[in-house]
Design a protein around this ligand. Structure first.
Ligand code: GDG
Length: 514
């Protein structure tokens, strides 16, 4: 006798599972909860709706069997070493990531990377199809899985599909460089609802559908031309952090004690500046160091009174652009310390490790000035984490206007990291502004994050997904009001027949081939 296999009303699909594989002394596998914001957000959602999570375990090889962890059903997807290279390091992180971040470094295009991207996306979709209950909600995460919505729809037309982009969506002129641009748009249009960090990201997506696929759009909706009558909504639902959880951690006596210890071990500087980033070229670490170096050279500031701690968490070390960045940052730090440091008082404390959450919370509390200076960032959770940890209302946040976070935290000390002179002035202002003014700013920033935490983000997202109409209301004029047929995939960048909406300029035609 066979019993029906259990399926789930909510299936989250992300590149990675919410757990990291650890081996104990005897070589047994143990899964440890990874501390990311997405996991925390989903935890509260999944408590209310029993859910499954589909994702890669982080290792090369066969997928381990599905298992339960903290009430979540986890279904690993296996990637072999070549797929890690081509799908993950290649297409995801060396093709899509640069295109979606303003081409700060050039993107690489390789057809075998694309083939791996398609193959792996299909594997994720098949895993989802197995786990989803009839009529389930499927929530796909991020740029690594943009083909999954359409592939899931093919396999399981009964489910409701959402996708959320954690990174920016580029202007159409940049997105159009992608040889597989139409395939990606079509992959995403398999969803019922598409969520973005900023309104401009959602608008860029809608514009890409209009200009590259020739689809009709109205406001935040894209009408499909496949005869289904489906209209897909693309809107901003900015992600956040677990405010209550992090604030409680930052209020723990051991964490507050550790913050004091950190300052003492740095020689009790008058001003401690801090940067915390994955070591990624989007984060503006080089620009930040340049501005800091110039301030030191010009003797506006200097050790031991002022010092900078830069935590640069190791990231994507097998991708060439990341190796160059690491070399460059480490050379710069060496030069600054060599020329401007003192015995027992280096100008920069550079830490290329990752730390436990408690240590991060203590560092945030210890820092007088937090430097968040990305050239482009979907959101930047560090900015929100910093203000959350400052329950004492101390500290000052320097925040790049090119982060999603700035759209919510614009009372911060705003900077354009490309403008080194302006960045220097902003850093000095963050130091010299009177404490009472800084407290007022910090109070406002904290209120914003407290009111817009990650639990609210997840609730808003799922409500938008539930409200997304599958089909338009019947058109009283009959079926003749159908959208135009999409041009073939190789069509050049061109506005649709009815011309661009919203009075936007027509983009020049360019022909892109593989
Ligand atoms: C992508 C988007 C968007 C860092 N070092 C350590 C550590 N961290 C934590 C931070 C923060 C997270 O990692 C990094 O989040 P960010 O938002 O800053 O950046 P990405 O990794 O680029 O994330 C971004 C995000 O997705 C969410 O949608 O905001 O724009 O690029 O939480 O604190 N945590 C610990 N030790 C470390 O050493 N424990």
């Amino acid at each position: 006798m066979t019993s029906a296999r259990k399926t789930f009303d909510l299936v989250v699909v992300a590149n990675r599972l919410p757990v990291d594989k650890q081996l104990d002394e005897d070589g047994n596998v143990d899964w440890q909860r990874s501390p990311g914001g997405l996991v925390t957000a989903m935890e509260s959602v999944m408590r209310a709706n029993p859910g499954a999570w589909v994702g890669w375990s982080g290792d090369a090889g066969e997928a381990p069997a599905p298992f339960y962890e903290d009430g979540m059903h986890l279904r690993p997807v296996g990637l072999n070493a070549e797929e890690i290279r081509d799908f993950y390091e290649g297409f995801s992180n060396d093709t899509l990531w640069p295109i979606y971040h303003d081409v700060i470094v050039p993107a690489s295009f390789h057809r075998e990377w694309w083939a791996a991207y398609e193959r792996v996306n299909r594997r994720f979709a098949e895993a989802v199809a197995v786990e989803a209950a009839p009529g389930a909600r499927v929530w796909v995460q991020d740029y690594q899985l943009q083909l999954v919505p359409a592939l899931v729809r093919e396999l399981r037309p009964d489910v409701r599909i959402g996708w959320f982009n954690h990174i920016p969506w580029p202007p159409v002129e940049l997105f159009a460089q992608l040889p597989w641009r139409a395939r990606i748009l079509e992959g995403l249009l398999g969803a019922d609802f598409l969520g973005f960090q900023r309104q401009s990201d959602a608008r860029n997506f809608v514009r890409a559908c209009r200009q590259l696929l020739g689809l009709k759009t109205k406001g935040d909706r894209v009408a499909l031309a496949d005869g289904s009558g489906r209209r897909i909504r693309a809107a901003a639902i900015p992600i956040s952090i677990d405010y209550m959880g992090l604030e409680a951690l930052a209020k723990r006596p051991d964490v507050m004690e550790r913050a004091k210890e950190i300052r003492e071990s740095l020689g009790d500087p008058k001003v401690l500046m801090l940067g915390v980033d994955r070591l990624d070229y989007t984060k503006g670490i080089r620009h930040r160091l340049k501005a800091y170096e110039e301030l030191l050279h010009e003797r506006h500031i200097g050790p031991p009174d002022v010092t900078l701690v830069q935590v640069a968490t190791p990231s994507r070390e097998r991708v060439e652009a990341y190796r160059y960045l690491r070399e460059e940052v480490e050379q710069t730090v060496g030069r600054i310390n060599g020329e401007l440091g003192q015995i027992g008082a280096p100008a920069v404390h550079y830490l290329h490790h990752s730390y436990p959450r408690e240590e991060m919370a203590a560092l945030f509390q210890a820092a007088d000035v937090m430097l968040v200076t990305p050239l482009r960032d979907g959101m930047n959770l560090v900015a929100k984490e910093y203000v959350t940890c400052r329950h004492d209302l101390g500290g000052a946040l320097v925040l790049s206007e090119f982060t999603g976070a700035w759209h919510e935290l614009h009372q911060a000390f705003t900077c354009n990291p490309h403008d080194i002179e302006g960045l220097k002035q902003t850093m000095l202002r963050a130091i010299s502004t009177p404490t009472r003014d800084k407290q007022r700013i910090m109070r406002a920033l904290r209120r914003r994050v407290a009111d817009h935490d990650v639990q609210r983000w997840a609730r808003r997202y799922l409500a938008a997904l539930d409200a997304a109409p599958d089909l338009p209301a019947p058109d009283p004029r009959g079926p003749s009001a159908a959208a135009p047929v999409a041009p073939p995939e190789s069509a050049p960048l061109a506005p649709n027949a009815t011309g661009p909406a919203d009075g936007e300029p027509v983009t020049a035609s360019t022909s892109v081939s593989e």
